[in-house]
Design a protein around this ligand. Structure first.
Ligand code: AMP
Length: 410
């Protein structure tokens, strides 16, 4: 089946064709007809499944049918990077129309965003904080708003955006279409949905909270003090042109960057303490192949769409199983193949078991050939040994009795 069945405006069809989309993905199949009818919906889909077009195309279609140059659709995103990505996708779909899409996010000056707002826009893609700033400065009014999308809702809540979201909701007209997307559906998300949505349709693609398909997972048990050497050895072995390495903290991301500089590979880093300019340069450089390795904290774990990432390496086990799903969702996008490696120190085994319970099965333990796993720790620490695994981000809900049991080891 092609996109023809949705009866979209031919200008949008031209945009889709130029993106190389031939057939709708399952989430698009399920979402587009409902969203075109103006239904509220809650979508739970694996990462990289084509969510942006699933909500973006119906929004653009409905905008084409009404008044132009009036602010009628708002998309909220947890991170600047995801906001930019959604903005770029919508602009591509709408390339042959006169619809104006604007991304609003922090870390850059207000001037150009205010200028564009004055000129009139149809769609705003925003991060909550900067949107509230513009609201307070009186630059944005919501009288004409018709559609709200909350993307990566679970991430928004994890990042502490709930008060901001509630404030934004208080400005919006109650009569509107609302769509909420979340890769995972913890109870907080369901509560938010109950408040925001009216008779929503549920669209679920793939198993709830499941990891993207096409990924080979492997766990490398290793002493904490040898993680850095093992990472270097794995990078040498895989020779992948595009590897995303995750660390649990910003400091560890900076340290891993320094350490990898020895490998002769081109490395970039992305985390919350880098300026927006640095973050954009790192991400663009990685997308264009200028950097072979991007070291990131979880800020980069959700939503980022970089084609052809072949390996995700968790230098540290993520603090929550949901973060594992999101991190590895950066590889194997659109059902390509990818590898997800996790370096696990004995102190992190408990967190790893949480991840396995969440996935419903144990992951294979592997060892790199010829790597000297018994090298003793040096006298002085260089600071990368200790990953504090007792981070408070491990939430009680992860011990929910509903979680599948880990198969017993034979
Ligand atoms: P998303 O989940 O929206 O971030 O999309 C993931 C990737 O899939 C992006 O590179 C999209 O451009 C691409 N994509 C989305 N829909 C389709 C489709 N129907 N056919 C091919 N690629 C698609």
């Amino acid at each position: 089946m092609t996109f023809d069945k949705f009866d979209l405006d031919k200008r949008l069809m031209k945009g889709i064709a130029a993106m190389g989309y031939e057939r709708p993905t399952p989430i698009q199949d399920a979402t587009i007809p409902l969203a075109l009818k103006g239904r509220d919906l809650i979508g739970s889909a694996q990462t990289g499944t084509g969510k942006t077009a699933a909500f973006g195309l119906p929004i653009l279609q409905r905008l084409l049918e009404g008044r132009r140059g009036t602010f009628r659709a708002l998309i909220l995103s947890p991170t600047r990077e995801l906001a930019v990505q959604i903005d770029q996708s919508l602009k591509s779909y709408a390339k042959h129309t006169k619809l104006q899409v604007l991304a609003i996010y922090g870390g850059v000056s207000y001037g150009p965003q205010e200028e564009r707002l004055k000129q009139g826009v149809d769609v705003i893609v925003a991060t909550p904080g900067r949107l509230l700033d513009h609201i307070q400065r009186g630059r944005i009014k919501f009288k004409t708003l018709e559609t709200l999308v909350l993307d990566e809702a679970d991430r928004m809540l994890d990042m502490g955006f709930l008060p901001d979201i509630n404030r934004i909701l208080s400005y919006l007209p109650s009569e509107r279409q609302t769509m909420m997307f979340s890769a995972t559906m913890p109870s907080e998300i369901q509560a938010l949905a109950g408040k925001m949505l009216l008779n929503p349709e549920h669209v679920q693609v793939g198993l709830r909270s499941s990891a993207a398909v096409g990924i080979t997972h492997a766990v490398y048990p290793v002493s904490a003090h040898l993680k850095a050497d093992l990472l270097l050895a794995i990078l040498r072995e895989t020779q992948s042109p595009s590897v995303l390495v995750f660390t649990r903290t910003k400091r560890r991301a900076d340290r891993v960057e320094k350490l990898l500089a020895k490998s002769g590979k081109k490395i970039a880093v992305i985390h919350g303490d880098r300026t927006q300019k640095q973050r954009t340069a790192a991400l663009d450089g990685f997308k264009q192949g200028k950097y072979q390795v991007l070291v990131a904290t979880d800020i980069a774990a959700r939503g980022l769409d970089v084609e052809a990432i072949t390996h995700v390496i968790n230098f540290d086990v993520p603090g929550t199983p949901e973060d594992y799903v999101h991190r590895i969702g950066r590889t194997a996008r659109m059902a390509a193949l990818g590898d997800a490696f996790t370096l696990v120190s004995p102190e992190e085994e408990m967190l790893m078991r949480e991840v396995e319970q969440h996935l419903g099965h144990a992951l294979p333990r592997v060892a790199l050939r010829d790597f000297k796993y018994d090298t003793p720790a040096p006298e002085r620490s260089i600071g990368l040994q200790k990953a504090s695994v007792n981070t408070p981000t491990v939430k009680k809900s992860f011990f929910s009795p509903k979680r599948p049991k880990l198969p017993r080891k034979k």
